[in-house]
Design a protein around this ligand. Structure first.
Ligand code: C2O
Ligand code: CU
Length: 486
């Protein structure tokens, strides 16, 4: 069996490195960008906003004919964009019509651990799980995806994911007409074998599944007709492993106005922006009337002379989306110079060191569903120093919180990829990132939240830990997760 793996591995590596990826020509953008339907749910007699989601199988044309087998939510690939308003009570009825157990996690959401949709809230086939919570955080672009331990990579890759937008009345006058000048961009790389999705390279690539074709909202070769002077793009990297370094082929500058947790204090003008899996950015573009611009990704430079192409299959460049501005553009409001004021998080009361020690371990341990790794006192702010102590790339995501990045080895904390409030951060090899983490007040000594690498193969392989949030008097009582035994 080992010899077989070695032979197949050799072939796969050979095919990988010799596959013709045209780095000089460009993609022929021939398909209008699909926009996921917005879903505002219904409002109950008691004022609760209720959403119904069904995880299901189907077939989708992803550029290889209509018969590609995919998974989706209320449809055959991806899911609707959910919208709720800060302060509302929401409930989501998530029905699993797949033939395997899954979960549904609300990435970036502040909510009780039992509602989080992580590995401890499995949804068996044919059943419905109905978490409820109060939306209690600023306007932001969040997302949802499965999180069953060991199956997250496969379930997301097949297509189960969607955006969850939080609105806050009276916040800044950014473009907000969904699908017109406020556009979701769910960016995923996919690999095909014939007319089917192929994740076999997950076995060989250290970082997990990398594709050589880009889908945006499940659209192959997408273009977007722009009809207004300014357009807001909500960019979500929903790929399993790929890190994107976005820029426009024309060099068009753009404004970063938001990151994972919501708006930045001030817009930042940039010409490129990096996003690792799970991260989001809200950007504003102002193309000239009649112009066209290709959003593309080039391998990020991890540090001087050390490019990510070692981890991305060697692609020099991936074309993502073409923006086509109409000859006459409708006028848009000016983008304000001040977007929001982020609250001071104060001094940390405790420091923790987290070492990403391999592609399967954090602090030298693999994920154990029955072990609590960290016990946090509710409402406290902590300093987490997270070091990438392995030879490959990782990122780091913490559930329930939006942290402030105090600094990263070799990078200014003002760098646009570190700005604002974040729940996920890219950590190149040998770097240390310092996070100021304001923990929430939903206590539950028996139900953990997760922290993990968001390269989904690494997460599934064990690169995940569990923390509980407890009252100050409960700290010493916590030993293991309810219902599990050693
Ligand atoms: Cu996007 Cu723990 O997940
Ligand atoms: Cu990792």
């Amino acid at each position: 069996f080992l010899a077989f793996v070695a032979v197949i591995g050799g072939l796969a590596v050979h095919a990988w490195t010799t596959r013709a990826i045209d780095t000089t020509g460009r993609v022929d953008f021939d398909t209008a960008l699909r926009i996921p339907p917005v879903e505002s749910g219904t409002v109950d007699a008691d004022g609760t906003r209720v959403f119904d989601l069904t995880m299901q199988r189907g077939t989708t044309d992803l550029g290889h004919g209509p018969d590609t087998r995919t998974w989706g939510v209320n449809g055959s690939y991806l899911g609707p964009t959910l919208r709720a308003v800060r302060g509302e009570n929401v409930r989501v009825n998530v029905t699993n019509e797949l033939d395997e157990t899954s979960t549904m996690h609300w990435h970036g959401m502040h909510l009780p651990a039992a509602m989080d949709g992580g590995p401890h809230q499995p949804i068996e086939p044919g059943t419905t799980w109905s978490p409820y919570w109060t939306v209690d955080q600023p306007a932001a672009t969040l997302w949802y995806h499965p999180h069953l331990h060991g199956s997250t990579a496969a379930h997301v890759y097949r297509g189960v994911a969607g955006m969850f937008l939080i609105d806050e009345p009276g916040t800044s006058p950014l473009p907000h007409d969904y699908g017109v000048d406020d556009i979701p961009l769910i960016v995923q790389d996919r690999k095909f074998e014939g007319d089917q999705l192929d994740d076999s390279n997950a076995i060989f690539a250290d970082v997990g599944t990398l594709g050589d074709e880009i889908l945006v909202n499940g659209t192959p070769r997408p273009f977007l007709d722009v009809g207004t002077e300014t357009v807001r793009l909500r960019v979500l990297n929903a790929s399993n492993a790929r890190v994107y370094n976005f820029s426009f082929d024309t060099g068009m500058p753009f404004l970063v106005v938001g990151s994972d947790g919501g708006l930045l204090e001030e817009p930042q003008a940039v010409r490129s922006l990096q996003l690792s899996p799970g991260e989001r950015a809200e950007i504003v573009v102002r193309p000239e009337a009649g112009s066209s611009h290709v959003l593309r990704s080039t391998p990020p430079e991890l540090k001087a002379g050390f490019f990510q192409d070692r981890f991305s299959g060697g692609d020099d460049r991936l074309d993502v989306l073409e923006l086509r501005a109409a000859p006459v553009l409708g006028s848009s409001a000016a983008i304000p110079e001040k977007l929001t004021t982020l609250p001071e998080l104060g001094e940390p009361s405790n420091t923790r060191r987290i070492d990403l020690t391999s592609s399967t371990t954090i602090n030298d341990r693999e994920m154990d569903m029955s072990r609590i790794d960290e016990v946090i006192v509710a409402g406290t702010t902590e300093l987490w120093e997270v070091t990438n102590a392995s030879g490959t790339i990782h990122n780091f995501h913490i559930h329930d919180v939006q942290f402030e990045i105090l600094g990263m080895t070799g990078m200014s904390p003002d760098h646009p990829s570190l700005a604002g409030r974040k729940d996920t951060v890219f950590i190149p090899p040998a770097a240390t990132v310092r996070l100021l983490v304001p923990f929430g007040s939903h206590t539950d000594p028996a139900m953990p939240y997760m922290y993990h690498c968001h390269l989904l193969k690494h997460e599934d392989a064990g690169m995940m830990g569990q923390f509980v949030v407890v009252g100050a008097d409960e700290v010493h009582e916590v030993t293991q997760v309810a219902g599990t035994a050693h």
